[in-house]
Design a protein around this ligand. Structure first.
Ligand code: CP3
Length: 354
């Protein structure tokens, strides 16, 4: 459609930000920093505004989404905001019965196990998530030159929640379907890819200037299985949003052995966790992509000197990379001291100022 050929309209000052420059592998005034889960329970101001409001309810209120998304930008001076939502929001928006249980995560009332269950996955229409369009508009107006990252869950990680019915250590039902009913599995991932692509498009068309696809649990897969049974669906998502020209980031936990394949799925920036040094991660990802990461979030519980020494190690490993976005190797842990995060942003900015 004509829509698909129109590049996103990013204001020039935003396009010139350190974060978007690093994603495009251009010279930067300093290494940009943002944190996965930078909004959330580590911040007292977050806990205050969320009091008495359920997680999914808060995701559907543009005023709250805007406030919560801005909190870590104000407090830490990070180089990008990430839209406050959750990976299951688009599934809720098409009518699935699911909830997010505090301390547990997404829980699905009737797990997906058979072909009949596919009928519950109807396409996502932009009108299903008007609150997202509204909140992104409010946010870009407030953020000025600071980019807003939109996001979605990748087909595999979403499928795991749907098939297991909730968080899972071993993904046994998910893998049973993947190996035992490969046609059903492929159809499930294909539908999830369409929903995910539609959800990312809404965010980009409303003003998000980058997107991240979270395949948090892909690290549970053997490389061959990832390539055969997961990569095509994630590639479909990246292809669908390519025409907008905004940087596309891809991330999963424990994906050291998958970095090459995840890179092939088509992102412009690939994230790594702390288990792989960034120079080695970049060799696996390839020279034509920026790299994001990868400080162990648990390091933030150590004294300041230790945090800085570990951050230094990340920066040293990233020194010769074509583009580096500093981040943690996974989300901020809820009990993290927010001041440690603010100091880390300052440290990375100081150490990399050019
Ligand atoms: O600041 C940000 O990064 C944006 C907000 C964000 C949330 N979820 C808010 C949230 C993002 C990017 C996500 C993505 C998400 N959600 C992922 C991918 C990233 C990752 O961590 O690997 C996954 C796997 C989920 C599923 C999910 N939702 C989990 C595992 C949890 C935590 C459960 C818990 O309570 O420990 C949630 C709930 C959730 N999503 C919270 C937040 C702030 C906590 C709920 C609350 O504060 O009441």
């Amino acid at each position: 459609t004509a829509d698909d050929t129109i590049p996103a309209q990013i204001p020039p000052a935003t396009a010139d930000s350190a974060f978007l420059r690093a994603c495009r592998r251009e010279p930067v005034p300093h290494t940009p920093v943002w944190f996965m889960r930078q909004a959330g329970r580590s911040l007292p101001e977050y806990r205050r505004v969320r009091e008495g409001i359920g997680m999914l309810d808060s995701c559907m209120r543009p005023d709250l989404v805007t406030e919560i998304t801005l909190q870590p930008v104000r407090r830490h001076g990070v180089d990008a905001a990430i839209y406050f939502s959750d990976i299951v929001v688009p599934l809720k928006a098409i009518g699935l019965e699911l909830d997010i249980k505090p301390g547990v995560g997404p829980v699905v009332d009737h797990p997906f196990r058979t072909r009949e269950d596919l009928a519950r996955l109807r396409p996502l229409e932009p009108g299903d998530v008007d609150y997202v369009t509204e909140a992104v508009g409010m946010l870009t107006a407030e953020l000025g030159a600071t980019p807003l990252i939109g996001f979605a869950g990748a087909p595999f990680t979403l499928a795991s929640y749907l098939v297991e019915g909730g968080p899972s250590r071993n993904h046994e039902h998910t893998k049973a379907m993947m190996y035992g009913a490969p046609d059903l599995w492929a159809d499930l991932l294909d539908r999830l890819a369409d929903i995910t692509a539609a959800f990312l498009k809404v965010q980009i068309e409303a003003g998000a200037s980058a997107v991240q696809l979270f395949d948090s649990w892909a690290g549970a897969l053997a490389p061959e299985d990832y390539r055969r049974s997961v990569l095509p669906a994630s590639a479909k998502v990246f292809d669908a949003v390519a025409p907008y020209g905004v940087p596309r980031i891809h991330f999963g936990v424990g994906t050291g052995e998958l970095l090459g394949s995840m890179s092939e799925a088509g992102a412009d920036v690939v994230g790594a966790d702390w288990r792989v040094p960034l120079d080695e991660a970049s060799r696996r990802i390839g020279p034509d992509k920026a790299v994001q990461g990868n400080l162990d979030p648990a390091v933030l519980f150590a004294p300041r000197e230790a945090v800085e020494a570990q951050a230094r190690r990340v920066l040293d490993a990233a020194r010769d990379l074509p583009g580096h976005v500093f981040n943690l190797g996974h989300g901020v842990l809820p009990d993290t001291d927010p001041d440690a995060l603010t100091r880390l942003v300052e440290y990375v900015h100081e150490q990399t100022a050019r």
